[in-house]
Write a protein that binds this ligand. Structure first.
Ligand SMILES: Nc1ncnc2c1ncn2[C@@H]1O[C@H](COP(=O)(O)OP(=O)(O)O)[C@@H](O)[C@H]1O
Ligand SMILES: [Mg+2]
Length: 317
């Protein structure tokens, strides 16, 4: 049994309009996706802005109501509040966000920010709580004198560490990390990613790692799903996605990885232009009459792509 099993998950938002504020349409933010997260792994969910990644993350953590489908945690469907309560889901699954300045309460001291989940789930004495928060600060590499400071007194990278300390406070099994390093400079990104890996090893945590950047995901994730218009267009191992991408959308994301090497930069730019041309000219082959991705078909035991059969045979030539 996987730690998390997502089956045919849909999250549709109603659009209201007109004088009576009636529901006139809906945004299909997540439109029928399937994937599993194994215990101890980092699963990558990648797509452009607006593809439905955050909505998926919020549904998994229980912050968003699902329209249909199931999310099983150790075999229990947690899309109902009662079920979540029974398996202590809110303690075992935590979330960290991209923008730590707005996701951490700016009026609270670090002590209170990190202790908040502890106060919700454990009843420690003031002394024990302080000891636990000091331990957590040490785990994430921050000084004890951070206790009484406020979020704005830290750098972006340090604030992400505070967010992570808060997320690990209740010893969770799964952390949903929604673009955890996207707001940080490249050099700081590497530090935070390494440190997330260390925490994973030390505490046996699984991550659902959400990003728009396939460059960031490469060194974090063994299994990756590519999301486009609320659906998955390609699913596979790291090798499947980086060495044998089949969907034009995946190729486009790969071409968009920032190139640090000045020499290779021009080559990458050329590649990007070519992919963009194919995307513009041939996109009708990759999407159905409504412009939506096709259902996934299996290519190898690990690799799935959203292509019609004929198109797939062409691709594999
Ligand atoms: N609360 C909401 N109400 C209506 N539409 C929303 C809401 N949240 C997100 N959306 C829409 O759902 C789609 C997916 O959004 P999101 O999950 O935030 O994508 P991503 O995280 O990949 O950028 C977007 O079109 C977005 O505008
Ligand atoms: Mg998002």
């Amino acid at each position: 049994m996987s730690l998390i099993e997502i089956k045919d998950l849909k999250v549709h938002y109603p659009i209201r309009s007109g004088f009576l504020n009636r529901i006139t349409d809906q945004v299909k933010a997540v439109d029928g996706i399937n994937f599993n997260i194994e215990a101890g792994e980092t699963y990558g969910l990648v797509g452009e802005s607006g593809s439905g990644k955050s909505t998926t993350g919020k549904a998994v953590v229980g912050l968003e109501n699902v329209t249909s489908g199931t999310i099983k945690y150790k075999g229990v469907d947690i899309t109902e509040t009662n079920a979540r309560h029974n398996v202590k889901y809110n303690q075992n699954v935590q979330m960290i966000f991209q923008d730590s300045l707005s996701s951490l309460n700016s009026r609270k001291r670090v002590l209170d920010i990190i202790a908040e989940p502890l106060r919700n789930f454990q009843h420690l004495s003031i002394e024990d709580e302080k000891i636990r928060v000091l331990q957590l600060l040490e785990t994430v590499g921050l000084n004890p004198d951070s206790l009484y400071k406020y979020p704005h007194q830290f750098s972006g990278g340090q604030r992400q560490r505070i967010g992570i300390a808060r997320a690990v406070a209740t010893n969770p099994e799964l952390i949903i990390a929604d673009e955890p390093v996207s707001a940080l400079d490249l050099s700081v990104q590497a530090q935070v990613l390494n440190f997330m890996k260390k925490i994973q090893r030390d505490f046996g945590i699984s991550y659902l790692f959400i990003s728009h950047d396939l460059g960031v995901v490469r060194h974090m994730c063994q299994n990756i799903a590519i999301m486009n218009k609320g659906r998955l267009v390609e699913v596979g191992t790291r090798e499947d996605i980086y060495e044998n991408p089949l969907h034009i959308y995946t190729k486009r994301l790969l071409a968009a990885i920032p190139e640090v090497d000045v020499v290779k930069r021009q080559e990458r730019q050329q590649q990007r232009k070519e992919i963009e041309r194919v995307y513009q000219e041939e996109s009708s082959q990759y999407y159905d009459d409504e412009g939506l991705p096709y259902p996934l078909v299996q290519v190898t035991p690990t690799h799935f792509v959203a292509l019609p059969k004929a198109q797939l045979i062409d691709q594999l030539k």
